[in-house]
Design a protein around this ligand. Structure first.
Ligand code: AMP
Ligand code: GLY
Length: 423
């Protein structure tokens, strides 16, 4: 099979690496890819907003499956264009990708299907939103409705801060994403990510992970796309996972199908484990980054077969086999991230012994034959172990062999679980 993978981050490098292990892969193309992905695929330049160009590429290269890594092309309807042209695609339709693309859409769907989530109000003007604040107590959870590159959620400690944030959101500070704002009840508990594959009808669990969103050790500082992750997240016990499947994932897939917008692809549920049980914080229509890196390290099944089954409605009878080992990934970012990252810093990976860890590339580039930093999150250094403690030790041992003077990382990825393992 010939496959075209779209994207350029650490998530896509992990996907490329897993796809390349499949016996049914003939040729992997990636657009635009990155220097790590180039070890597994032929990287090509393609404008993914030009649907006609992507379709023409697929015809010219006899592409049997397109795998869409990031959310933007999904929300932009690329999978609809490809399906209409007869190209199988892993990734939901534009209508189904609203689960990620519109917070209000997902909250209303949860209300219709009785899915446990935070209480909420959808507002479409500053006056309406300010009035609605009276129905909540601090801290106030304010969400720009649309895609905002992970920056659309503000937790405001006081009423004054909430009013200021609302003024900014409705004032255009969040672009089009802020034309509507969802105000939510604040949920308390531990967060966990859960993934499931679906072809629109059949659902197959794809395991759990925990992400570290804050930039600094001890979960301090500004939010990022994720500074590290590990899988599995043992706080999501088999009993809790069964509840998540029955109360959240299954009703979602069922109502999406019933309403004529079946969801195909990976459903990524951000969950809060509250005293009243698991509640949905948000859905994403793609794998997480860096959660994908740890899931792919544990995957024993053929990813090509799984993705094709999602794309062609043949998932029934399929299972995702994952290693019992823990995988842990440490993100190395360029200084300045999540603000303006330093570009062009030299990276030397030659000290990392093959087999000790897998270094996924996120924001890297080749310059004059040498590897340099070219983004905020630059590398995802990933290792496995019998416990989180062991996987963490191995990942940091590899981090310490990487020469990347203009980079930094958190030193405590996995801390919650390491503390629990210590007892
Ligand atoms: P989201 O982009 O919806 O995942 O939100 C980003 C982060 O904000 C989440 O990972 C949570 O840490 C936090 N968050 C979002 N919604 C809530 C909520 N209702 N209660 C508490 N924390 C929340
Ligand atoms: N790491 C969080 C995300 O991919 O949304």
């Amino acid at each position: 099979m010939n496959i075209l993978l779209l994207g350029s981050g650490g998530r896509e490098h992990a996907l490329a690496w897993a796809l390349a292990q499949s016996p049914s892969l003939t040729k992997l193309y990636a657009a635009p890819g990155n220097p790590g992905i180039a070890e597994e695929a032929e990287c090509v330049a393609l404008d993914v907003t030009d649907h006609g160009a992507v379709i023409a590429f697929c015809a010219r290269h006899a592409v049997d499956l397109v795998v869409i890594g990031p959310e933007a092309p999904l929300v932009d309807g690329l999978s609809d264009s490809l399906r209409a042209a007869g190209v199988p695609v892993f990734g939901p339709s534009q209508a189904a990708a609203q689960l990620e693309g519109s917070k209000g859409f997902t909250k209303d769907l949860c209300a219709r299907a009785g899915i446990p989530t935070a209480g909420y109000v959808r507002t479409s003007s500053l006056d309406e939103a300010r009035a609605a604040l009276a129905r909540f107590s601090p801290p106030y959870v304010l969400k720009a409705d649309g895609l905002a590159a992970g920056k659309g959620v503000v937790i405001a400690a006081s009423l004054a801060e909430a009013e200021e944030t609302l003024a900014e959101m409705f004032g255009g500070g969040f672009g089009e994403a802020g034309a509507q704002v969802v105000i939510e009840e604040f949920l308390e508990g531990e967060e966990v990510s859960f993934f499931a594959l679906t072809d629109g009808t059949t659902i197959v669990p794809f395991g759990s992970a925990q992400d570290h969103k804050r930039v600094g050790d001890g979960d301090t500082g500004p939010n990022t796309g994720g500074m590290g992750a590990y899988s599995p997240a043992r706080v999501l016990t088999p009993e809790l996972e069964a509840r998540v499947m029955a109360a959240i994932i299954e009703p979602t897939v069922r109502i999406m199908r019933a309403e004529g917008t079946p969801y195909q692809g990976v459903l990524f549920a951000g969950l809060m484990l509250t005293a009243d049980g698991p509640k949905l914080i948000e859905y994403n229509a793609r794998f997480g980054d860096p959660e994908c890196q740890v899931l792919m390290m544990r995957l024993k099944s053929d990813l090509v077969a799984l993705m094709l089954a999602c794309a062609t409605g043949t998932l029934e009878g399929t299972q995702v086999a994952l290693s019992d080992k823990t995988a842990l990934t440490v993100v190395m970012a360029a200084k300045g991230y999540p603000g303006t990252p330093e570009k062009g810093g030299a990276i030397d990976l030659s000290g990392v012994e093959p087999g000790a860890a897998k270094v996924f590339h996120a924001g890297t580039a080749m310059k004059d034959g040498a590897l340099v930093a070219a983004g905020g999150r630059v590398l995802a250094v990933t290792a496995t172990g019998a416990s989180v403690t062991e996987a963490q030790a191995r990942a940091y041992a590899a981090v310490d062999k990487i020469a990347f003077p203009s980079g930094f990382c958190r030193r405590d990825i996995g801390w919650r679980e390491v503390a629990r393992e210590r007892g």
